[in-house]
Design a binder for this molecule. Structure first.
Ligand SMILES: [Zn+2]
Length: 218
């Protein structure tokens, strides 16, 4: 039952990522809206843009421009714990070089797998060369393909509470469905005078006599 639950959890979380392109979704292409903001312990400001669909959420944490207000403060507590922030940069990068982090989370009813797209400022190699650019660092992501409409990305970073909750919920749903199917089948067999367990024809056998086929009594 746990296997069925886990399988259903993954089937829902992954095909959503795979189907995203056909539905016009981009996994890490969130448009920045007027986001809420907070400052971290060092007084540095961050802003948040988010987007949600039925089966997925996107959270983008980014450094505000010089004209952006970072007030009001205190919004960080609204962030789910699985959202990556510049305070935890990818290996080999410093927090200062990160300009934005886009975390996508998939799964239903709880988000259970995440993928991250980090935008990192590339420092100028030589003072006279053209100013540096930006590059993307993907974490917890497997890029399956690219088309003109975007990428197909499978989220791979587990969100353990969600993964556990989805597995239990889908396992329980399968248990109810399979128990109902098995209960209905037993009832039908009994009504037809057959053994509820194996379907052997019990006509002619006494009520208390064990089934000759499987040893069942009903
Ligand atoms: Zn039987």
């Amino acid at each position: 039952m746990a296997g069925l639950g886990a399988g259903t959890t993954l089937a829902i979380a992954w095909p959503i990522a795979l189907a995203a392109l056909h539905l016009g979704w981009t996994e890490h292409g969130l448009q920045r809206q007027a986001g809420s903001a907070w400052t971290d312990g060092s007084g540095e400001g961050f802003k948040l843009a988010r987007s949600s669909r039925w089966l997925a959420d996107w959270y983008q944490v980014y450094r505000p421009g010089s004209s952006d207000s970072v007030l009001p403060l205190g919004e960080k507590r609204l962030l789910p714990s699985w959202v990556a922030t510049p305070a935890r940069p990818p290996d080999g990068e410093t927090a200062e070089s990160v300009t934005s982090v886009d975390t996508a989370a998939h799964g239903w009813p709880w988000r259970c797998l995440a993928s991250e797209s980090w935008t990192v400022k590339v420092m100028q190699v030589h003072p006279t060369s053209a100013g540096g650019g930006y590059r993307e660092v993907l974490k917890g992501s497997l890029v399956l393909g690219r088309t003109s409409r975007g990428r197909t990305i499978m989220p791979l970073r587990p969100i353990w509470p969600g993964l556990l909750a989805d597995t239990v919920a889908w396992g329980a749903a399968w248990f109810v469905v399979l128990a109902a199917v098995s209960g209905a089948r037993s009832l039908m067999r009994r009504r037809r005078g057959r053994c509820a367990a194996c379907g052997y024809d019990r006509r002619g056998l006494g009520a208390g006599v064990a089934c000759p086929e499987c040893g069942g009594l009903a």
